[in-house]
Design a protein around this ligand. Structure first.
Ligand code: HEM
Length: 193
């Protein structure tokens, strides 16, 4: 499997970034949920929050590389082809996911900036996106938390649709984003993936 996408399959860069993003999303959600086990201000709670911020900002950085990978080559088509409305829905869905993966980190970054707190990133400190504005930060935080909860549904639906493609529609939508060695060696979708 080459680094870049072809019309038949995603390249290794896109495949790696897709599954790495999944790992980061799982880690980020785990950190922010597990913080509730510890009292406010305690060291483990603060560490878990720092990990949440760092993983979220890492996702933000990776999204740009994913977009560059997507724009730098063709997008492998689903085989057998999707009806036009499903293709349009799929394009829109990917747009929603990218907007989420970019909007959430920026919102979090704005929250920390507005609260006058440091913005940690793998031992570095990123510059604030705005000056201290407690009220605005509180409003963005409330939005960030609500959207974060909606994120569970977004990612759940994304996974369910992937499985529907594979097991019900029996096309290559899921196979084309799996590492090459996991693809079926024979049959319509394996051969095309
Ligand atoms: C894809 C990226 C992200 C997702 C999906 C996400 C999701 C979430 C979720 C689910 C919560 C907990 C909501 C609750 O307690 O009800 C949360 C809280 C929070 N997130 Fe994020 N987040 C992301 C990135 C970031 C980033 C990059 C930052 C900061 C740089 C950040 C800052 C915060 C803050 C400040 C809180 C509130 C923590 C608290 O009050 O204890 N988030 N986020």
């Amino acid at each position: 499997m080459g680094l870049r996408n072809t019309t038949l399959r995603y390249g290794s860069l896109a495949v790696t970034l897709h599954w790495l993003t999944l790992l980061l999303v799982v880690g980020l959600y785990a950190c922010i949920e597990l913080r509730e086990l510890y009292p406010r201000g305690s060291e483990p709670r603060e560490l878990l929050k720092t990990a949440h911020f760092t993983l979220g900002l890492t996702i933000f950085a990776l999204v740009w590389i994913r977009l560059a990978a997507r724009w730098s080559g063709p997008r492998p088509a689903v085989q057998p082809p999707l009806p036009a409305w499903q293709q349009a829905a799929s394009n829109l869905w990917h747009l929603v996911l990218y907007a989420f993966l970019m909007g959430m980190p920026v919102a979090g970054w704005l929250v920390l900036s507005g609260e006058g707190k440091p913005v940690p990133f793998w031992g570095l400190e990123l510059p604030p996106l705005m000056g201290e504005r407690e009220e605005l930060a509180a409003a963005i935080k409330a939005w960030h938390k609500r959207a974060g909860t909606i994120g569970y549904a977004l990612f759940g639906l994304h996974a369910a649709v992937g499985l529907w493609h594979h097991f019900v529609r029996r096309d290559n939508a899921l196979l084309r984003i799996l590492p090459a060695r996991r693809r079926a060696p024979r049959g319509g979708r394996g051969a095309r993936a």
